[in-house]
Write a new protein. Structure first.
Length: 346
């Protein structure tokens, strides 16, 4: 049998925060992990009402649940699918899993052992996983749109010209039709190359971010007649590969959106460093638009905004958009120089 001192050692060494709460909801004991998790000195937590560790808006509900549990206490393990929150001394809330078990201590009827686990890291990983799936889906939609709006139209045109050519008897007109078909095939090949480059930009790997972005700007001019005025600080040797690719994709999407939707024929792009971070800003003086609220499908096909935000979040950055109807649009991406790896646990 373990001695009381040995039991105390096990209690204090537990990796999870553990509280012992009496029948009146008062914290009678806790281990060091609980003090660290909630940001209280251990001596201040002893004697504290357990509701103090619950967000203000749900304290009354928690009190009812606690009293209901006290009427028929039984072990409740973690992982019951309950969305629970706790609050630290400084008022910050965080997601938790909680297991409850009657203490079984002699003379302490109604006392409960509460084990609390901070699942912020797990929820962050789950959110990032959803974002990765969403980003992949946006990439597929973008590719589908490119194939449908661009390459498919060329193939349809070639099919029509091939039929006309088969029915044409005049040698001169046949030669002219062959020439037109050859030109369209050449154009189609160029557009396929552009799609392939969009999937995996070779310029980025061979010559760096600044050169790859200038290639994007040239494509915008060739495809849309859209001029990009750029100011690009050279950061090629300082950025992680993931950051450079993320920045490239965000600027590429923002420039493409401006070319397709702004109703003007030019924009400015600036890439600079500021306080240890890299900032890319794309601005146009075009028509602007109404930003969709949370959970609302983007209008006019501007699904790229969500993709840019998700892509930035995956590498530890953020994207901010300022726009309104008639007031132009500014997209700003702020990213670290090196990828911020999400924590896998609390």
């Amino acid at each position: 049998m373990l001695t009381d001192r040995q039991y105390r050692t096990v209690f204090e060494a537990s990796p999870d925060a553990t509280l012992i709460v009496d029948a009146g909801g008062v914290i009678r004991d806790l281990n060091p992990q609980a003090a660290r998790m909630f940001g209280w000195p251990a001596e201040e937590m002893k004697g504290l009402a357990v509701e103090r560790l619950v967000p203000q808006e749900i304290r009354d509900e928690h009190l009812r649940h606690r009293r209901h549990y006290g009427e028929a206490p039984k072990p409740r393990p973690m992982g019951q699918g309950l969305e629970l929150s706790a609050v630290r001394k400084d008022g910050t809330a965080f997601p938790v899993e909680i297991s409850l078990s009657p203490s079984g201590l002699d003379g302490d009827e109604g006392w409960v052992i509460c084990t609390v686990r901070d699942i912020s890291g797990w929820k962050r990983m789950r959110r990032l996983s959803r974002m990765m799936v969403g980003a992949a889906e946006l990439e597929r939609k973008h590719l589908s749109r490119e194939l449908h709006d661009d390459l498919l139209q060329y193939l349809v045109s070639l099919k029509i010209r091939a039929k006309l050519l088969a029915d044409e008897l005049d040698p001169g007109k046949r030669a002219e039709a062959w020439s037109l078909m050859s030109a369209e095939i050449h154009d189609a090949m160029g557009r396929v190359k552009r799609i392939i480059t969009g999937l995996l930009p070779p310029e980025l790997e061979r010559r760096g971010l600044s050169s790859a972005l200038r290639a994007v700007f040239r494509d915008a001019a060739d495809v849309y007649g859209f001029t990009v005025h750029s100011s690009l600080e050279r950061l090629d040797d300082e950025l992680d590969g993931d950051i450079a690719l993320g920045l490239y994709r965000i600027v590429q999407e923002a420039v493409t959106n401006a070319a397709r939707h702004s109703q003007v024929n030019e924009a400015t792009v600036a890439v600079t460093r500021c306080r240890g971070r890299v900032i890319a800003e794309v601005h146009d003086e075009g028509c602007g638009f109404e930003l969709p609220g949370p959970g609302i499908e983007p209008i006019d096909g501007r699904v790229g905004l969500a993709g840019m935000r998700d892509r930035a979040a995956l590498i530890g950055g953020e994207v901010t958009v300022w726009t309104a109807p008639g007031e132009g649009t500014t997209v700003r991406a702020t990213l670290p120089f090196a990828r911020v790896r999400p924590e896998s646990g609390p």
